[in-house]
Unconditional design. Structure first.
Length: 318
């Protein structure tokens, strides 16, 4: 029996644009949705609850405008960590605006699930391990986002093949898969592996609509997978960052603790003029195949053609 997966009937591709700090602003989200893929952003990208209210109103209005193709729903990422003092207010706003998809990260999603499901919204939770996946399911989430090795930002270390296979042994619901995805062929491969959506952030950073500097976008074009540094130094949680951006901040990547779960010394912006996320740029291993900075619409058309080509490929074994 085919499992029920939300949103697929409103998409051009089974793809979710991952929420990215600073880079995911309404312009990028709207462009992604109008290209037929789910666009998302972290609520904290809006500097205040008042700005968030304006963003949610504006995005809904833009997505209500006519289009020749499917217009995908959008989503908001809520950070559940105790350091997020705006969580209650931001949750109230997404409920008010009936945001279709809520992505929860860094914490237990139980406080969000009931409120979002009350209006028919869906909650997908970021996980990096089987243990995290089971805890999220116990909270009643509607889907899991497997943040695997090679993904940008706060990525895990488990292969997408391994984590997806283990999760599918006990969970048959919606699964989103990430980990160095950068083209339409890989979106198709995610489906073949048994997931329902691909999760892609890094490739969308290098687009015209992303709220990132020209220098950051050019560094992504110039970088390869070997230029990604995995370290907990900047936030206390291990993540993937562009080596070049670390060097620009006057730091030596090889001197950062890239293996332990604790930073050598928590990055203190008061002692260093650089700031995590703003000056130290996140990216995943897929950066090595980024060679241009197109519009989201152009990238979406490219993805669709690559996806169709991959879907037509015959098996050598029949």
């Amino acid at each position: 029996m085919t499992r029920e997966v939300p949103f697929l009937d409103r998409l051009s591709l089974p793809l979710i644009g991952a929420p990215m700090f600073i880079a995911s602003y309404p312009e990028l989200v709207v462009a992604q949705c109008r290209a037929g893929v789910i666009g998302t952003f972290p609520s904290l990208n809006a500097r205040s609850v008042e700005v968030l209210d304006e963003w949610l109103t504006g995005i809904a209005a833009k997505l209500a405008e006519p289009s020749d193709g499917p217009i995908a729903p959008f989503g908001v990422n809520l950070i559940l960590h105790k350091s997020n003092t705006r969580l209650a207010e931001d949750l109230a706003l997404v409920v008010k605006h009936r945001v279709p998809l809520i992505i929860t990260s860094v914490g237990k999603p139980d406080r969000v699930v009931g409120a979002v499901q009350s209006y028919g919204g869906k909650v997908f939770h970021d996980v990096i391990s089987v243990e995290h996946a089971k805890k999220a399911l116990d909270c009643g989430v509607d889907g899991l986002i497997l943040v695997c090795a090679g993904a940008g930002g706060h990525a895990g270390t488990v292969s997408p093949f391994a984590l997806l296979s283990e999760v599918r042994e006990f969970y048959d619901g919606p699964v989103v898969l990430s980990g160095a995805l950068s083209n339409g062929r890989q979106v198709r491969a995610v489906e073949v592996m048994g997931a329902d959506f691909a999760y892609m952030g890094t490739r969308f950073l290098a687009t015209q609509e992303a709220n990132a500097s020209a220098d950051q976008k050019q560094m992504m074009v110039d970088s390869a997978a070997g230029d990604i540094v995995y370290t907990p130094y900047f936030t206390g949680i291990r993540g993937n960052y562009l080596r070049g951006s670390i060097l620009r901040c006057g730091l030596v990547p090889e001197e950062l603790d890239i293996t332990s779960g604790k930073p050598v010394g928590v990055f203190n912006p008061h002692e260093n003029t650089a700031k995590a996320w703003k000056d130290v740029w996140s990216a995943g291993h897929g950066v090595g195949t980024i060679h241009d900075v197109p519009t989201v619409a152009e990238l979406g058309e490219r993805f669709k053609e690559e996806y169709r080509e991959a879907a037509r490929l015959p098996s050598r074994f029949g």
